[in-house]
Structures are given as structure tokens and as C-alpha cells.
Design a protein around this ligand. Structure first.
Ligand code: FAD
Length: 379
């Protein structure tokens, strides 16, 4: 239950302390703004630690830096998961960013002249708010999973840590993206692995003529093509598979490839070509949904889709940062999120509140509240 007894005020509240939240934090600190970053987890950049142990970035270190501090080490290497988490924690410390940990936001509510941000144990009033809660929020598992028998061990890729977390026996990885390919490859060293590819992604080599793929994306300007441009629209409609191909996985690692999973009974899985396979375990590398249902502001269309222009919404002073293709391919990547962060920070600086935010509950000197919560606006 929400206890609003502690009430604070900030000019800007940022929700989420991953790379997007920290990048905007850098610019807000530069502006000398009174702000806080509320992070649900117990460390900044926590999403990285929730990914599998051996995860290696597909972006080399030279393209993994947030504004102001270069990612350490050889710029041509591909950092590991824990190095990213450590870099982000160091980054927050280095700039003394006001990150409040263990601080999950339950609601952002638009009120007259600003926003009320509610946590379990406290509430903030803010003129402006930035939602930086990540492009990958709720693990998606297709309903077919429910048809599998209890004897089959199932997990979403977010629960996969290492081959030790999967029982012996034949394993099916479902999902033809970078995650599915990397997990299938890792498991193939110790067991029989099958990979179901529902829709093929465009394979791109990690390195071409001695240079990294992202060097070419930078040099050609493709990484900064906007989602409104013709090529941007084409690129955003098609996911890419970096550094791997179905052929390499099959020939080099003995992984057997299948089409889409269309049904399941007991320990049997059926594919689109009607072939069947008995499995001991299934790893669903089937992606994520976003969940913005905790945001009470007029920024969604009738289908519940977020409406924004480069992260700026129609609700004055409410912004999003770090969305996939928010503006360009780089929007949800470590090395390029700074471009959108700088843009949003400039919007924050230019913002003029129409009137002082209506307080949800004024704070008394002893920290207790004196008045009932303000009603949210109807829109
Ligand atoms: C498997 C995988 C591999 C990737 N590899 C690369 C790569 O090689 N290079 C690259 O550049 N990018 C990569 N990415 C993409 C991207 O860099 C990451 O997804 C990155 O974590 C996104 O950062 P973010 O700050 O936008 O979101 P997140 O890192 O998800 O951070 C959001 C934060 O918000 C917090 N939060 C959520 N809800 C609330 C709430 N209600 N209240 C308070 N806090 C909340 C979360 O705890 C989290 O810490 C990869 C992504 C995945 C999934």
C-alpha cells in the first residue's frame, strides 16, 4: 500500500538508473538542476546483471561510452556483461549523480502544472519527469508454452544464466535473434541443441575487413538515420543478427535449426513444417513487452501505444528515453543514447511550467503530510 508520509519536491524526476537514466542525469547535473534518479534495483545498470553470465556485447568498447567517461580498456574488445554493470556504477559515482536505489516507482501521475511520482514509502512532486525504464521490461513467453507438459523445464532467456542452469538432455531454444543464437551456441558445447527461428533476421558480420560493423554504421551515418527517414523506416522494421548466421550455428556448432513453434503436447514440440521434436527443456528467447500501465498521463493512443516525438510527449514536461528506435538505431544502445539524452535535456532546460505544480500533499516539518492527495487531471 502506498504511504505518502514522506513528501519531497524536485525540478525533475528521472525513473530508471540504467544507461539512459544515467546519461540524462549527466546533462541535468551539468545544467545544475535539482533532480533525482529513482532506480528500483540495488545498483545502477542492474538490467545487465540480469542477463546471462557469459554475455558479450555486440558493440566494441569504443562504442560503449556514456557522455564524459570513456569505457575503459582496449577500445576494440567486446566487453562482458559485468564490465558494463561496473562501468555504469562507476559512472554514477564519478559524477556523483543522485541515484536513489531500491526505489521502485509505482505511479507517475499528471496533475495541474506537473507530476506526482509515488513510491511505496514516499512521494515526489516534479515539474518534469523522464521515464528511462528500459526498452526490455516484461519477458514475453508465447501462450504455446502452457501446452508443454510439467516434465519439460522451461525458462525465459532472462532466467538463463549458464549451461548449469539447464538440465541435461535435449534443449530447444526458441527465438532467432541475437539472444537465441548466443544461448544456443553456448549450450551446444555440452548438449544437443535445437533452435527455432520464427522469423529470420538479417545477419550482419561483426567485423568486415578488420573493422567492426559499428564503425561502418558510424562512417556511413546509418546509425544516426532517423526512424522517419526512408532508410530508417526500413531498418527499424527488420531486426538484425550480429556476428552469427544460421549456417555457422548449424555447421560450426551442430545446432539443428527449425521453423516457428506452432504447438506442443507433453514433451513434444511441433514446428511450422509439421515436424516434431521431444525435448527435455525449452528456453524462450522470445523477447519483451513494454509496460507503461503505471503512467497516468495522456500520452497513449487508443490502442495503448505511447505517442511521442523523439521521446517528447504531448503531456508538458513528460519525456521518455532509451526506447528502441526512439529516434535512431542508436537510441537504445550504450554509445548513442547520449544523443537523445542531450536532446531531452535541452527540452528540459527550455521548459517553462505554466504554473507551480499542484502539491499532492504539502510536507510538514516533521515529514508528515497535511492535506489529501491532489486529484489527477481527467486527461
Ligand atoms: C541481451 C541483450 C544484449 C544487449 N547488448 C547490447 C550491446 O552489445 N551494446 C549495446 O549498446 N546495447 C546492447 N543492448 C541494448 C541496451 O543497451 C540494453 O538493453 C540497456 O540495458 C538499455 O538501457 P536502459 O537504461 O534504456 O534500460 P535498462 O538497462 O533496462 O534500465 C532501466 C532501469 O529502470 C529500472 N526500472 C524499471 N522500472 C522502474 C520503476 N518503475 N521504478 C524505478 N526503476 C525502474 C530498472 O530496474 C532498470 O535498472 C542489449 C540488450 C539485451 C537485452
Amino acid at each position: 500500500m502506498t504511504d505518502n508520509s514522506i513528501h519531497q519536491r524536485r525540478e525533475v524526476v528521472v525513473v530508471g538508473g540504467g544507461q539512459a537514466g544515467l546519461a540524462i542525469g549527466y546533462f541535468l547535473a551539468e545544467q545544475g538542476r535539482d533532480f533525482t534518479i529513482l532506480e528500483a534495483a540495488q545498483e545502477p545498470g542492474a538490467a545487465w546483471r540480469e542477463r546471462w553470465d557469459s554475455l558479450k556485447l555486440f558493440t566494441p568498447a569504443r562504442y560503449d561510452s556514456l557522455p564524459g567517461v570513456a569505457f575503459p580498456g582496449d577500445p576494440d574488445r567486446y566487453p562482458l556483461r559485468d564490465e558494463v554493470a561496473a562501468y555504469l556504477a562507476d559512472y554514477a559515482r564519478h559524477f556523483e549523480l543522485p541515484v536513489e536505489l531500491n526505489s521502485r516507482v509505482n505511479t507517475i501521475r499528471r496533475v495541474e502544472g506537473g507530476y506526482v511520482i509515488e513510491l511505496d514509502d514516499r512521494t515526489y512532486d516534479a515539474d518534469q519527469a523522464v521515464v528511462a525504464t528500459g526498452p526490455f521490461q516484461v519477458a514475453f513467453v508465447p501462450p504455446i508454452a502452457e501446452q508443454l507438459g510439467e516434465g519439460v523445464v522451461q525458462m525465459h532467456s532472462t532466467a538463463y544464466r549458464s549451461p548449469q542452469s539447464v538440465p541435461e538432455g535435449r534443449v530447444l531454444v526458441v527465438g532467432g535473434g541475437n539472444t537465441g543464437f548466443q544461448i544456443a551456441e553456448e549450450l551446444s558445447a555440452s548438449r544437443e541443441v535445437h533452435l527455432s527461428i520464427g522469423s529470420r533476421q538479417t545477419p550482419l558480420p561483426q567485423r568486415i575487413l578488420g573493422r567492426d560493423l559499428f564503425w561502418y554504421l558510424e562512417a556511413t551515418g546509418l546509425i544516426r538515420k532517423t526512424v522517419e527517414s526512408r532508410i530508417g523506416r526500413r531498418m527499424s522494421g527488420r531486426d538484425t543478427l550480429i556476428g552469427s548466421t544460421p549456417r555457422r550455428l548449424r555447421r560450426g556448432h551442430g545446432v539443428e535449426l527449425h521453423g516457428r513453434v506452432v504447438g506442443a503436447t507433453g514433451s513434444g514440440v511441433r514446428f511450422a513444417d509439421d515436424s516434431q521434436l521431444d525435448v527435455a527443456s525449452v528456453i524462450w528467447a522470445t523477447g519483451f513487452h513494454t509496460d507503461h500501465c503505471w503512467i497516468d498521463a495522456p500520452v497513449f493512443d487508443q490502442g495503448g501505444r505511447l505517442e511521442h516525438e523523439r521521446g517528447v510527449t504531448a503531456s508538458p514536461g513528460l519525456y521518455f528515453l532509451g526506447l528502441t528506435w526512439q529516434h535512431t538505431r542508436g537510441s537504445a544502445l550504450l554509445g548513442w543514447v547520449k544523443d537523445d539524452a542531450a536532446y531531452i535535456a535541452a527540452k528540459v532546460a527550455a521548459f517553462r511550467p505554466s504554473k507551480a505544480p499542484e502539491r499532492a500533499r504539502p510536507t510538514m516539518n516533521d515529514g508528515t503530510s497535511a492535506a489529501p492527495a491532489a486529484a489527477s487531471t481527467s486527461n
